[in-house]
Ligand binder design. Structure first.
Ligand code: GLU
Length: 315
């Protein structure tokens, strides 16, 4: 049984870009006759708000999407809200520590910027970590530990290239050391996105991870985590993003892109779904359509392979 998911971070109102990812992930699963899971990625409680999480559920339902398991409907792998799953992440961290995949890092953000070698890290982040704390002696560690709580980093296996076949973006090759050793938990104890997403997708038996291509270069890290935790990775499918007229990823600064704003001004959900389907190559014209009417003809090959430049729809 195929199992897909949509995993929003409630750090703002859901917008056109998020809704488009949700629609495509939902269509992919429904077209395969699979199960669809909604997971609330509110692990960063300082950035997340309960009201935005509630609004996201409302927005998705308004768009005509449904889910078999999720924070509001429960399911066999509950809870589906990250802030309620901390012991799962703690257990995974312990396993990684016991198997020697983790080391403490005492570098500050300024240290990392200063020591960064010219080649940049993954596009989603700043410079790649140079591994400064990877080979500290026990005495050096003890000395640094007196002054600072460490973050914990995953040590990338030496010489290990990561390859995978993306279901939309095609074959991917990441050379050894890509992005540098990455954070598993911050000095303040917050578990990283990389750890929580792998633990959750594995726990929830997700077989197909369809998401925005901004996360393409997180995928090799996640694959290495699956391996380190002795878990089988899912299939990955990364959809090119929607860009605004300025060529930059569609975001709040483009204005008027919150789904709830369309709902509040009385836009019919079918019009918005029609627009999302049109910019995703699923229909020839931006005509009103129900999400459920798109399932039959849905095919991954219809999705454009390059980012799509769009004007914010005035509908
Ligand atoms: N929570 C992430 C976001 O909203 C998505 C994570 C994922 O799909 O792996 O950007």
């Amino acid at each position: 049984m195929n199992r897909g998911r949509f995993a929003p971070t409630p750090s703002g109102k859901m917008h056109l870009g998020n809704a488009r990812t949700a629609l495509l992930s939902w269509l992919h699963m429904r077209a395969l006759g699979g199960e669809f899971v909604l997971r609330m990625e509110d692990i960063d409680t300082a950035r997340s708000r309960g009201e935005w999480a509630e609004l996201a559920l409302l927005d998705l339902r308004w768009l005509g999407l449904d889910w078999d398991e999720g924070p509001d409907v429960g399911g066999p792998y509950a809870p589906y809200t990250q802030s309620e799953r901390m012991e799962r992440y703690a257990a995974a961290l312990e396993r990684l520590q016991a198997s020697g995949h983790i080391y403490p890092c005492y570098c500050s953000r300024a240290d990392i910027l200063a020591s960064a070698s010219a080649p940049h890290g993954l596009s989603s982040e700043g410079p790649s970590y140079a591994g400064t704390c990877r080979h500290l002696t026990a005495a050096e560690r003890a000395e640094k530990a007196r002054r600072k709580d460490p973050s914990l980093r995953f040590a990338l296996p030496e010489g290990r290239e990561v390859r995978f076949a993306d279901g939309i973006a095609g074959p991917q090759v990441f050379p050894p050391g890509s992005g540098g050793d990455f954070v598993i938990s911050r000095a303040d104890g917050l578990y990283s996105y990389q750890l929580s997403v792998v633990v959750d997708d594995a726990d929830m038996r997700i077989t197909d991870v369809l998401r925005g291509s901004d996360l393409l270069d997180s995928t090799p890290r996640q694959i290495l985590l699956y391996e380190a935790l002795d878990l089988a990775p899912p299939a990955f499918l990364h959809v090119p993003l929607l860009n605004g007229p300025d060529g930059k990823r569609l975001a709040k600064r483009h204005g008027g892109i919150a789904i709830s704003a369309y709902r509040e001004r009385g836009t019919a959900p079918e019009r918005l779904v029609g627009w999302l389907a049109y910019v995703s190559g699923l229909i020839d014209r931006p005509e009103p359509v129900k999400a459920s009417e798109l399932v039959r003809s849905f095919d991954l090959s219809m999705i454009p392979r390059q980012p799509v430049v769009v004007d914010v729809p005035d509908i």
